[in-house]
Design a protein around this ligand. Sequence first.
Ligand code: ATP
Length: 303
Amino acid sequence: MKFPSPSSADAVVSISGLSRHFGTKAALDDVSLFVARGSVLGLVGENGAGKTTLIKHLLGMFKAQVGTVRVFGLDPVLDPVGVLSGVGYLSERRDLPGWMRVDEFMRYTQAFYPGWDEAYAGSLLKQFQLDPAQKIKTLSQGQQAKIGLLTSVAYRPALLILDEPSSGLDPVVRRDILEVVIRMVAEEGRTVIFSSHLLDEVERVADHVVMLQKGRVVLNGRTEAVRGDHISALLSFEEPPAQMPALVGAHAVAGYGSEWRVLYAGSRLELAAAAAQIGACVIEERTPTLDEILVARAGGKSS
Ligand code: ATP
């Protein structure tokens, strides 16, 4: 499948033909992807789809077995300092030193980054209502996520990478930290890549979405365009089929008797024509959510 891509001059991240195997298992399979400056990219996919493996290549933690990876035009394995000095990273596990106090951890992180913006760090500390004197191990999960995020953005990295930043967080903390920070970073012309299982969150925050499935890129585009390229349709059959007949471009979602819901990739006209060919008519259609698209693609059978 060919996907549109920005010119490589705009690309903060440029990945071409990247494959990665663990033993015989393909964690990434011929992945090509460009991330333009100033965009917020949501990386989605089921457990084990390859999101973390992809992120680890961006950070130089994995060397490309096949293909190329460039961040700011640099190879993260050959030039880790050039890449990592411009990257803010928050891992899924948020490995924070529990024995440090919040202010000690901030000073410690600051020492690594000449670009640390003290005023900005201070304003985030206030906004997140964190107590500088508190030990990290006594912070709640949400507070730990906030301090992790604070130290990932306070040196104003050109690229912010967040691996499942919301995992284990309640909706209020998620809204506080994620939307505010991601938007703020992107508004400054900086670039954000974040992986998430929470598709409604990706839909709200990301302007681009890349969906991985078994290591392959199955969707890549502007969030609204990805949704707009799909139709959630209810088909009605005159003769109830025992199972949903093959319908090219459709992923069967659910159904029984004479009514079946499908997720169709294509235009309304194409759907009507394809449905007529299998003896059905479309009785309801709407734009699906990203979640519906992911679930249908992951679980449904495409004909
Ligand atoms: P999750 O959402 O569960 O974090 P993911 O999309 O981030 O999943 P990855 O962690 O990238 O997926 O894993 C992709 C595949 O590669 C999985 O099948 C995983 O078991 C495998 N894998 C990842 N890292 C290793 C490793 N170090 N050794 C062996 N297999 C690995």
